[in-house]
Design a protein around this ligand. Sequence first.
Ligand code: CO
Length: 296
Amino acid sequence: MQIPEQYFKAGKVARELRGWIRQNLGVGTGLLEVAEKVEAEIVRRGGQPAFPTGIGVNDVTAHYAPQKDDGVKIRESDVVKIDYGVHVDGYVADTSLTITSNPSYQPLLEATERALQAAIGVAKRDRRIGEIGRAIQASAKADGFKPISNLSGHTVEQYVVHAGKSIPNLYSPGLPMLNKGDVFAIEPFLTLGDAAGYVVESEQENIFSVVVRKRTGNKELDDLVDRVWTARKTLPFSPRWFAQGYKEGRLMALLKELEKRRLVHSYPALVEASGKPVAQFEHTMTIEDGGLVVLT
Ligand code: CO
């Protein structure tokens, strides 16, 4: 079985963008600027953003996507995770890297990259998901760090970023196998050895997705769902992509209402429970007849 070629296109864009990010973004860049530039580069290279660019500074671990009014800039002391995805016709390549100018966090970054490589090494010869988690955990421990226990990798499907199978970052028994033709992302998040090692939800919500396209009978709500569905189907989106034509605060109020009616799902930003810095590296890959192929 051959996976759709769009996965390879999306993967190539994601891969090439990694070098561009390292060269062009860093200390002094605003978080909003990072997101907008990454998303513009994805489009310029022939893809579409699969989800709003996630920018996790220090203990902010996942699902933080800057809104229009975000004034934060990257500082020299920060650990910054840039998690971005490319889709071509809904086929998703999900990847991330962590950057820092703080030498004291360099070992954390290196250990996280090593944990990802250890996981890929295991996935090459063993499709048991539990063994991938075990490899991440062992690699992190050997380096004196700890994986975030309640975040995991995941399979992807057309227009779905987090599909059926989770790939935990610790050993977990009783999970399904990865099969030939599965496309999946492995994404270890590592934190300091004395950290709590898990994430909790914050108050911030800036990533949304449409769950189901259903009429509400309210024209303003229905129009918004239509616009989002046309552009995104079930893929996550940022309010800043749909802000045009709304007065201050109106769009967020509509999204809140759609969330209450269960037509829209929101993803709160996740932060490390003890406030410790977290690093993340991620690749999307697939299993073909010839073995494991890293797409990103
Ligand atoms: Co992912």
